[in-house]
Design a protein around this ligand. Structure first.
Ligand SMILES: [Zn+2]
Length: 168
């Protein structure tokens, strides 16, 4: 258990990471961080395949030592078919409340060769911050291409990584 001593008082901090990948598919909406982004393809998945929100959920669950979203929201469960991943994030926040953990900050990176995500980042940050119940200053979002290398570079899909710090 991570613990820091500050002024004689123990602060219980936990860090967690999340990684997610989804393939592009025709005829799907592209939803990243709860934002619908105009593009020729969307991401394939059982839920809305929101790669960023999934990585954030896994970072939060990981920090709390609760497991991963595949465990809580299995793709064999019809309730999560085309599910709005912000709803899954709301559920994750309820679980964190259950173990009395609060978000200190989240830092996430989206990996995509296309489309350009910068115009949508402020909106994504707003939606995630609102769902998590923190100020936008506690959410950091970044985007990168992979310089045309690998599955992201070949525009076969998108990936996201997130780190979350929690305090009890
Ligand atoms: Zn996912």
């Amino acid at each position: 258990m991570a613990a820091t001593v500050s002024g004689g008082k123990e602060i219980n901090l936990r860090v967690g990471q999340g990684v997610d990948v989804h393939a592009f598919a025709e005829g799907r909406p592209l939803i990243v961080g709860g934002v619908n982004i105009p593009y020729s393809q969307g991401l394939a998945g059982h839920s809305d395949a929101d790669v960023l929100t999934h990585a954030v959920c896994d970072a939060l669950l990981g920090a709390a030592g609760l497991g991963d979203i595949g465990h809580f929201f299995p793709d064999t469960d019809d309730r999560y078919m085309n599910a709005d991943s912000l709803h899954l994030l709301t559920e994750v926040m309820r679980m964190l409340e259950g173990v009395e953990m609060k978000v200190v900050n989240i830092d996430a990176t989206i990996m995509a060769q296309e489309p350009k995500l910068t115009p949508y980042m402020a909106d994504m940050k707003q939606k995630l911050a609102k769902t998590i119940g923190v100020d936008t200053a506690r959410i950091s979002l970044k985007a990168t291409t992979t310089e045309h290398m690998g599955f992201v570079g070949r525009r076969e899909g998108m990936a996201a990584m997130a780190v979350a710090l929690l305090v009890r």
